[in-house]
Design a protein around this ligand. Structure first.
Ligand SMILES: [Zn+2]
Ligand SMILES: [Zn+2]
Length: 384
């Protein structure tokens, strides 16, 4: 399926909201986006007001309209762009791409008290059902009904405007920029992983992979108090970025599985102490095997990167040393802490933003090419 169709262009779209639509493999087009009303609790009063205002109501009572100002490209966006899928999610019809964003409130629903027009906010991209057992248990990131920006079939947020629930929009302090606000999304992955692995002031941390997720995990682990962090990658350019961001030691490795024994010893030497928690931010047989072997007895390995859907790893030897394997999926309740880390300067995400593009047809094409090429591109950001 190379092409999934064209967008119906609505002639009388007075608002002229434009968005970046993914139409096929490596095919992105800026086209009009008619904002849908969100799923809201329809009461008789609401239905009546809806009819009375002749279908002009866009905002639900608890929703806000946000003018998007900054949006970062994520690895999953690149995956959708290149293959029209990511893990089990397949793009079957045109979809607005993007989910790491921040913007300015333009309109608030009738019941919204916490936000006002003009507020600068960072958006948490996933809308959970709030009714299932996982949601009620607080683990809403695992909700089977999750509607997540730019994850098919839900439209994303690389658009001039989006409508979103007010409780998923977090006000930014004056000293935190909109770009930094957009970085709360990737940073949330690192924060959630550190919470799951219980990183604290006595936790020596190993990170496999110095890509965007490895680097935000490094920043989060430091902010959680980790005294010593070793980071591993094949690319010396990425390793030097990690070093500049505060990694205590960097270790360059190969992609060859035969080198693993030697590399594990090198990593353990670099730590010069027991490795308590390892994060695999890549997800290959070799990275996960290295993490399992390098982690100290009684430690934890947290799998974040999902490069391979199935892996052959030395699990038995890790199990008898009571090394716990932890998985994570996105994040939950992380925006307030991320914003606090940014406000206090405990985390600086600005060095991760390596490229900036405008919101034009050429801009979106160049930006996705740059992000897909990898190399020295860490976070590619749009300014809208
Ligand atoms: Zn992301
Ligand atoms: Zn739910």
């Amino acid at each position: 399926m190379a092409h999934v169709g064209e967008i119906q262009v609505d002639e009388d779209d007075g608002e002229n909201n434009m968005a970046a639509w993914l139409l096929g493999i490596k095919t992105l087009k800026i086209q009009p986006y008619h904002l849908p009303p969100l799923a809201i609790e329809w009461t008789i009063e609401l239905i009546l007001s809806y009819v009375v205002e002749q279908l002009s109501v866009v905002l639900g009572p608890h929703d806000v309209k946000v003018g998007i100002k900054a949006l970062g490209i994520c690895g999953s966006d690149v995956h959708h762009f290149k293959t029209m899928r990511c893990a089990n999610f397949i793009v079957k019809k045109p979809m607005v791409i993007g989910h790491e964003c921040a913007g300015i409130i333009e309109e608030v629903g009738s019941e919204v008290k916490s936000l006002a027009v003009g507020d600068r906010v960072a958006l948490e991209p996933g809308i959970s059902c709030q009714r299932c057992n996982l949601c009620r248990d607080g683990r809403y990131n695992l909700c089977p009904e999750m509607k997540f920006f730019g994850s098919p079939p839900t439209n994303g947020s690389l658009a001039n405007k989006v409508v979103h629930p007010a409780n998923l929009c977090f006000k930014l302090p004056e000293n935190v920029s909109l770009e930094e606000g957009a970085m709360c999304e990737p940073l949330s992955v690192g924060v959630h992983a550190c919470r799951r692995a219980e990183v604290g002031p006595e936790t020596n941390v190993l990170i496999m992979g110095a890509g965007p997720i490895g680097l935000v995990t490094l920043l989060a682990a430091r902010a959680f108090g980790s005294p010593r962090i070793v980071i591993v990658d094949v690319d010396d350019c990425r390793l030097s970025i990690a070093k500049n961001l505060g990694a205590d030691e960097i270790v360059q490795v190969s992609t060859n599985i035969q080198d693993m024994g030697e590399e594990v010893a090198k990593i353990q030497n670099a730590m010069a102490s027991k490795i308590d928690v390892s994060f695999d931010c890549v997800g290959f047989n070799k990275t996960m095997s290295t993490a399992l072997n390098a982690t100290g007895t009684g430690g934890k390995v947290c799998l974040i990167g999902l490069a391979q859907s199935e892996m052959t790893i030395p699990l038995t030897m890790a199990a008898v040393r009571e090394v716990d394997v932890i998985g994570i999926f996105r994040y939950r309740n992380t925006w307030p802490l991320c914003i606090e880390f940014l406000r206090t300067g405990k985390i600086d995400v600005k060095p991760l933003i390596t490229h900036r593009f405008g919101f034009s047809q050429k801009g979106i094409e160049d930006a996705f090419q740059t992000s897909a090429a990898g190399g020295n591109a860490i976070k590619v950001m749009f300014n809208l």
